[in-house]
Design a protein around this ligand. Structure first.
Ligand SMILES: [Zn+2]
Length: 359
């Protein structure tokens, strides 16, 4: 794992890219990919496309990682100066209390905290209850609406968790506010950087928007590119921490990228059943290059693969997942070995398609 991947992960995680305004992340990706693509396009939604142009008539492989992160949006400023926020993306309300948040206002970042009623004064029934998002407010230290607005805070401003990223105690476990899906963005950037110049297939690295709001960007991207085969790159859940029934989330941190077989979020109707001819080829590529991998079947979640698969007349689509602990919270963790395994697996797959044609 080159040090530059860690630096890249840190730079991407620190960027602000709540769903709906991912432009700062796109700028970083464009900067990191300078000199590593033949063409760069973007669309009306803010999806960005970086192409390696292969030989005439060769198939197109699309990669897709989403740039957006879970966050909040300012909904109202109280007379007393407190800021009311609405969720952008699917939050677990329990994870939003007692956090440092950063409001990205008109005059720059404004820091605040989400507090709650102290334990000392809670009624017995309140102790048992989760504090709902609708009761949460941000204290930015002011005492009036005028003062808060004076800091540049306005309705519609986006809000992120404010937490520096980094490795835990010199291990290879990286924790950050937005590992979902900046770790996927890092994988995609590394793939493009390491792609051999003579790669026969055309590769389109797609940095997509608004995944956390219901996979809104990827379908548009799939329709635009209509590739011969596509791979989403996203995080998946791990079941290797205390208190989780491992059989329900049988993925471990640090044991390699996961090849998606199936996922389904029945409540939303999203999901991807990856055709065996694609999973077979991904496994063949991994085994041929001696890359560690896991097989993934996930209930309750879905990725950009869903949007791409159903775009246009339909696209052969799979997903390579980076295992992550504490998904959809401010303290998500990924393992550098898994990031590296995902990069190598995708490169091996692209080489396999270049050599042997489409799955
Ligand atoms: Zn994601």
């Amino acid at each position: 794992m080159p040090d530059r991947t860690l630096a890249l992960l840190g730079r991407l995680d620190a960027a602000t890219g709540v769903s709906g305004d991912e432009s700062a992340v796109a700028e970083i990706i464009a900067d990191e990919l300078a000199g590593h693509h033949d063409r760069h396009e973007s669309d009306a939604l803010g999806n960005h496309y970086f192409f390696h142009t292969g030989s005439e008539g060769a198939p197109t492989v699309m990669l897709c990682a989403h740039m957006d992160e879970l966050g909040f949006v300012v909904q109202h400023v109280e007379d007393e100066g407190f800021v009311r926020i609405a969720p952008v993306g699917y939050h677990d309300d329990r994870m939003v209390i007692d956090q440092d948040l950063r409001i990205h206002g008109r005059s720059g970042p404004v820091d605040g905290v989400t507090g709650a009623k102290p334990a000392h004064v809670l009624a017995p029934d309140e102790r048992e209850k989760v504090i709902p998002m609708t009761d949460i407010f941000v204290d930015v230290g002011t005492s009036s609406r005028e003062q808060t607005e004076g800091l540049g805070v306005r309705v519609g401003d986006l809000v992120t968790f404010a937490r520096p990223a980094g490795l835990l105690n010199g291990t290879r476990v990286f924790t950050g506010k937005a590992v979902d899906d900046r770790s996927g963005c890092a994988v995609m950037v590394e793939v493009m950087r390491r792609l051999p110049a003579d790669t026969a297939v055309t590769v389109c690295a797609t940095a997509a928007v608004q995944e956390e709001l219901g996979i809104r960007g990827a379908g548009v991207a799939g329709t635009r590119i209509q590739p011969d085969v596509a791979l989403a790159i996203d995080v998946t859940l791990c079941g290797d921490t205390p208190g989780i029934e491992f059989s329900r989330l049988p993925i471990k941190l640090g044991e390699g990228a996961a090849i998606k077989y199936f996922d389904w979020a029945p409540a939303a109707g999203y999901g991807t059943a990856v055709p065996r001819r694609l999973t077979d080829r991904l496994e063949r590529a991994a085994e041929g290059a001696k890359i560690a991998y896991q097989r993934e079947v996930l209930m309750g979640g879905a990725t950009d693969a869903w949007g791409i698969q159903l775009s246009g007349l339909g696209v052969l689509t799979g997903c390579i997942s980076v295992p992550s602990r504490y998904i959809h919270s401010a303290v998500g963790c990924v393992h550098l070995d898994d990031v590296e395994s995902a990069v190598e697996l995708i490169l091996a797959f692209i080489a396999d398609v270049s050599a042997s044609g489409l799955p």
